[in-house]
Design a protein around this ligand. Structure first.
Ligand code: GLC
Length: 495
């Protein structure tokens, strides 16, 4: 039986196909056309209600259509799509734009309430004459990073590529050349995967309505003058630009859309037209790994991973009681853009611990660099990236392909554990080197060999029954002096 139905708000229709009125794409939905225009998995209003087709025959057809595309994929398919990312664990974030010249935070336009004219000076002098993306890519690779994500446009609205939809772009500055293609090429050549950040906020675009965090938010006459701005036109601009960046630079592995702040005087998915963007993103780059800031947390396929920012989650991040993929993005010193005078830089050891702790909770770390306006990584960043790289050179086996340890291996005192399920090895990261012995409760009988990871030197051990410890305890004999590394690691070969 086949029948066609026009959906109306307030109706409940089970198992039917939904044809998107925007792009004609078809998907299966459990449709509950709730009051207020919401239905599960899709937001409806009278304009977008669309045509619903329901029926036994069509439902069968739907099942075969479902195989295709991340919007409808199974958990297993999603895990496979994300496998390289989960394996990689460590990436580089790059925040670069006109704000590098102010060198006092990428939000400087907002923080100092600058108008477009005040901010114009940066556009007029932007000239990163020392830009050499091959050097950046080499440093990222040395640090052990496997992918990178670069700001194609940040909140200031300035575009680092030669967009056909604006004049506010790098090719119109004194520098005069596209930055994105050479950067993507250089990092790919070093074996890193490519990712783009795109700001949904835009403090330059003439159709972007002033909201509560706009640089001119408190300026009432400016607000008055910009009363007629049309967010739909702005959303159209975003759609064109996202299409550009996902079309002109080959395969893009990850996309970081930033960010939604719905509510009073804010912006969310209706403003960005997020569902439309989502469909386009999934269509243009079906393998892409997408973050969670489009305000589509309740939409199937609306996000791939959560993004706790500048915080370390206490445990593996969950949604509705389920563990989900997550990536924490972190800075060296607090701001994302280059900041000349910030003195809160984390030490190399802190950063290494941050990476280990992230992996010990099943997450990824995206560590940010804010290049200078001349196109260089400054010495503070370079020293840290090299320091992390020195540690990674000897210890990356405890990071790549690793995850949280299984629950029957409780972390010993002052230690962080990671586990590689493929090689069946467990990594004990010793944050405070103990005197002579390390007791691993619950590990007795589960380990066949132990060594220091940095030099593969044997670590002898005894099981609890041969010691004064509990029979479940494994006792490692450690050298008195710890190995000379930011965080020593013991590699346990599990039975
Ligand atoms: C925030 C900030 C921004 C930064 C981003 C990184 O949303 O607005 O400056 O780019 O986080 O996650």
């Amino acid at each position: 039986m086949i029948y066609f139905k026009i959906g109306r708000i307030g109706e409940t229709v089970s198992r039917c196909l939904f044809i998107d009125p925007h792009d004609g794409s078809i998907s299966r939905k459990q449709l509950e056309l709730r009051e207020g225009g919401m239905m599960i998995g899709h937001r409806l209003n009278s304009k977008t209600a669309g045509v619903l087709i329901a029926g036994t025959f069509i439902t069968m057809l739907a099942s075969s259509l479902l195989a295709a595309g991340p919007l409808q994929e199974t958990a297993q398919q999603k895990a496979e799509r994300m496998a390289w990312w989960t394996e990689a664990r460590f990436g580089m974030f790059i925040h670069w734009g006109l704000y590098a010249q102010a060198a006092r935070h990428e939000w400087v336009k907002r923080y100092e309430r600058m108008n477009d004219e005040d901010y114009r000076k940066y556009f007029e002098v932007f000239d990163p004459d020392l830009f050499n993306p091959r050097e950046w890519a080499k440093v990222a690779r040395y640090a052990g990073m496997k992918y990178f994500v670069v700001t194609t446009k940040h909140h200031e609205g300035f575009c680092l590529w030669d967009s056909a939809f604006t004049d506010y772009k790098v090719t119109n500055t004194p520098y005069g050349k596209d930055l994105i293609q050479p950067l993507v090429q250089a990092f790919r050549d070093e074996g890193l995967r490519a990712g783009f950040y795109y700001s949904l906020l835009d403090w330059h675009h003439p159709e972007y309505p002033v909201d509560r965090i706009h640089p001119m938010a408190e300026n009432s006459s400016y607000r008055d003058q910009s009363r007629n701005r049309d967010v739909r036109k702005y959303a159209e601009y975003c759609a064109h630009q996202v299409q550009e960046i996902l079309t002109d630079f080959g395969t893009i592995d990850c996309l970081f859309m930033d960010f939604s702040f719905p509510g009073k005087d804010g912006k969310g998915r209706d403003d960005w037209q997020s569902e439309r963007l989502l469909k386009m993103i999934r269509r243009l780059q079906p393998q892409i790994i997408l973050n969670d800031r489009l305000d589509l947390l309740d939409v199937p396929g609306g996000w791939d991973f959560r993004t706790p920012e500048q915080v370390m989650p206490r445990a593996w991040v969950e949604m509705d009681g389920q563990r989900v993929p997550w990536e924490t993005c972190q800075t060296f010193s607090g701001s994302w853009g280059y900041h000349r005078d910030e003195s809160s830089w984390k030490s190399i050891r802190q950063l290494v611990v941050m990476l280990i702790e992230t992996v010990s909770k099943g997450g990824n770390l995206l560590l940010n660099v804010g290049p200078t306006a001349r196109g260089t990584f400054d010495d503070r960043a370079l020293t840290r990236l090299r320091g992390i790289g020195d540690w990674m050179h000897l210890h990356n086996r405890s990071i790549y392909g690793c995850c949280q340890a299984p629950p029957d291996f409780p972390p010993p005192l002052n230690c962080l554990l990671t586990h590689n399920p493929k090689t069946h090895r467990l990594y004990v990261h010793v944050l405070e080197w103990p005197m002579g012995r390390l007791a691993l409760d619950g590990f007795a009988g589960k380990v066949k060999y132990a060594q220091l990871l940095n030099d593969a030197s044997e670590i002898k051990f005894l099981s609890g029954e041969n010691t004064a410890e509990s029979p479940n305890t494994l006792l490692l004999s450690l050298p008195v002096r710890p190995p000379d590394s930011a965080v020593p690691v013991i590699e346990l070969f599990l039975k």
